[in-house]
Design a protein around this ligand. Structure first.
Ligand code: ZN
Length: 164
């Protein structure tokens, strides 16, 4: 009887941790090879708040291989990247008070993580959004699509870095 009860409790605990993954919270990984592990992130349209966590799975310091995660309209991406270059390392390659930036984490180095939380009031379903890294030269490869209001088919689960 005791054994049965314990087994049941263990099963409940295991089910509980797996069943409640919040689709409004997504994570993405970066590495020392100047890559994100996902080229597309998606959150459901009923998320009023989105939380994005960037992990840096590498070992290199932020001064050498620092990454951030920045969200903007696709059409604003190159403008934000250029403004970030002008802002320089001291400002984390992010222009201050730039209204084109919807959300951004700080720049992190190997082994670090950063989370950004933002409301979706500024997002419109059907608009093309892009996420990218504003470290110099990185956005040519460190970029992807951000879908708001699309069916959740987030590629984050694979954990596999897809090339070119
Ligand atoms: Zn980067």
């Amino acid at each position: 009887m005791i054994i049965l009860r314990l087994t049941g409790a263990a099963l409940l605990l295991a089910a509980g941790t797996a069943a409640y993954a919040d689709p409004c919270k997504v994570s993405i990984e970066s590495n020392d090879m100047m890559q994100f592990n996902s080229r597309e992130l998606a959150v459901p349209g009923d998320c009023t708040e989105v939380e994005v966590t960037l992990h840096h799975a590498g070992k290199l310091a932020s001064a050498v291989m620092g990454h951030d995660w920045v969200l903007a309209k696709e059409s604003d991406m190159s403008g934000v990247v250029n403004a970030g270059l002008a802002a320089g390392a001291a400002r984390g390659y992010l222009p201050q008070g730039d209204a084109r930036i919807i959300a951004a984490t700080k720049v992190i180095g190997g082994g670090e993580s950063a989370t950004v939380k933002f409301t979706t009031t500024a997002l419109t379903a059907g608009t093309r959004y892009a996420f990218f890294c504003t470290s110099p030269g990185h956005s040519t490869v460190m970029r992807g699509r951000f879908l708001f209001g699309a069916p959740t088919r987030v590629a984050q689960q694979s954990g596999k870095v897809t090339g070119g």
